[in-house]
Design a binder for this molecule. Sequence first.
Ligand SMILES: [Zn+2]
Length: 62
Amino acid sequence: MIGHSQQVHCPNCGHLAERHHIDPDQLVRTQCGACDYLMITCARTGKVIEAYAPGLFATSAC
Ligand SMILES: [Zn+2]
């Protein structure tokens, strides 16, 4: 069975992103096609497994 998905607002750029619930691993994956934002969290504990937001890291350098 493939996990279901829903549309959410990207926390990085505000565009619509897709949130996928990956049932076998109890993971929630949020991905934005507009800015390459990616976040994978554990649905049970809420812990962030992996996160990537290009805008966040770029702004501190300028
Ligand atoms: Zn985005």
